[in-house]
Design a protein around this ligand. Sequence first.
Ligand code: UD1
Ligand code: CA
Length: 450
Amino acid sequence: MVVVAILAAGKGTRMKSHLPKVLHSLGGKTLVERVIHSVEPFSPTRKLVIVGYKSEEVKNSLEHIPEIEFVEQTEQLGTGHAIQQLLPNLRGYEGDLLILNGDVPLLRTETLNNLLKIHQDHQNFCTILTAKLANPQGYGRVFCDNEGVVQQMVEHKDCTPQQRENKRVNAGIYCFRWSELSKVLPHLKNDNAQKEYYLTDAVTQVGKVMAVDVEDEQEILGINDRLQLANANDILQKRIKEKWLLAGVTLNDPASITIDETVELEPDVIIEPQTHLRGKTLIKSGSRIGPGSLIENSQLGENVTVQYSVITDSFVGTGTRIGPYAHLRGHAEVGENCRIGNFVELKNSQLGDRTNVAHLSYLGDTTAGTQVNVGAGTITANYDGVRKHRTRIGDRTKTGSNSVLVAPINIGNDVYIAAGSTVTEDVENDALVIARSRQVVKPGWSKKPS
Ligand code: UD1
Ligand code: CA
C-alpha cells in the first residue's frame, strides 16, 4: 500500500517566470504532469498534490487527470512544511508515503519501483533516491556509511566548503513509513541558511534510512532554472528519438527534429529535417513528413506526404499530399488521395476522397465531396463580420480560378463555376454558373482622338 505526495507549491523564483515552475512544459507535458504519470503504473491508493503558489492555475492544469487530491500550502515555508500539511489528511494511515519533487521530471517508473522494493525488503523507515554527480552544485548532499545508511543530509547552501566536495546528492525522491515520519514532522526547525523547514531534516530523524543510487543520473535532474529545463529537454528528446529509431522510424538529421512524448509513429514513417511533431499526433506507416513542417494534435493516414506545412487539430487520409506551404487547422478533415498544394489554408473543412485544392485557396467551414477540383485562388467567404457560415460543394464539381463562394451557399454535384465568379446563390447539380460581368472590348479605343 503506497500513497504518493507530490511537492508542487513552490514559485520557482529562479525560472524568472509568471508561470508556476511545475507548469513549465517538457516534451508536451507540464513538469508536474510528468511526475504524476511516472507513478500511475503502480496504482497508488491516493495521489496528493501539494499546491500553493498560483494554486488555481496548477489545479486547472491537472483537471484532466482523475483521482488527484489537492492539499493547500498557503505559505511556502519549505519542503518539510509542505509535507506537514498532509498530517490531517493522513491521520491513522499505516502504510508508506512516496514523496516526489514536482520539479524532477525525468524519473522512470522502474526507478521508483526499485526504490519501493528496497524500502519494503529492508523494512526501512525511510529510503531516499540519490546519485553521484560530477557537478553536484545546488543539490542537497547526502553522507552515508559503507552500507548505504544515511548519516547526514546538508543543503548546498548550508554546506561547508569541505562538505561541498561530496558528490552524492539528494534526488528529492523519498519513501517514508508514514507512522515514523508523522512523529518527527511537527518538530522540524528552520535554523538554516534559507530559514525554511526542510524535509531533509526529517529524513535523518526517523531512524534507519537507506540511500539508493540511481543508475542513470540524468533521471534525477531537478529543474530550477531555464538552463536546467533546456538540458532536461535535450535528454528527453534523445530518449524519445532513440525509441522511435529503434521502432523503425527514419529520422533524417535527428538533431533538427523535435517530437513530443505524446506522439505515436508507425514503422516506416520518415521524418525529414526541421520537423516538429507535437501533442496527440499519430502518423501512420509509409508517411513522409517534412522538411520544415509542424504537426500538432493531428492524425495522418498511411503514405501521406507533407512538405513545409503546418497541420494542427486535423485529420489527413491515406495517400494525400500536403504542401509545400499549406496550413490545415481547426478540425480540417481531408480524405484519401487528395492534393492540398501551395499556399492553401483549410479551416474546419471536410473534403472527400480524391479532391484537389492545389493552389492559393482558402476554404473555411466548407464541406466538399469527392473528386472536387478547387481552382487556383478559390476563396470561401465564410464570415459576414458577425458570424461564420458554411459552404457545401457537391461531388466532381470544379471551381474556376479566382472564384469566390459567398456562404451560406450550396453548390451541387458536377457543377462548373466559371473563373472569376462571385457566387452568392445556390447552384443545382450539373449547372454551369458564370457570375461575373461580361467582357467589353472597344476596338481602337486607345487610338481615338482626345
Ligand atoms: C530540494 C532538496 C534538495 C535536493 C533537491 C533535488 C530540500 C530542503 N532540499 O532542494 O536536498 O537535492 O530538492 O531536486 O528539500 N516546494 C513546495 N513547498 C515549499 C517549497 C518547495 O511545495 O514550501 C516544492 C517546489 O515546488 C518543488 C520542490 O518542492 O517542486 C522542491 O523545492 P525546491 O525549492 O526546488 O528545492 P531545492 O532547493 O531544489
Ligand atoms: Ca528543485
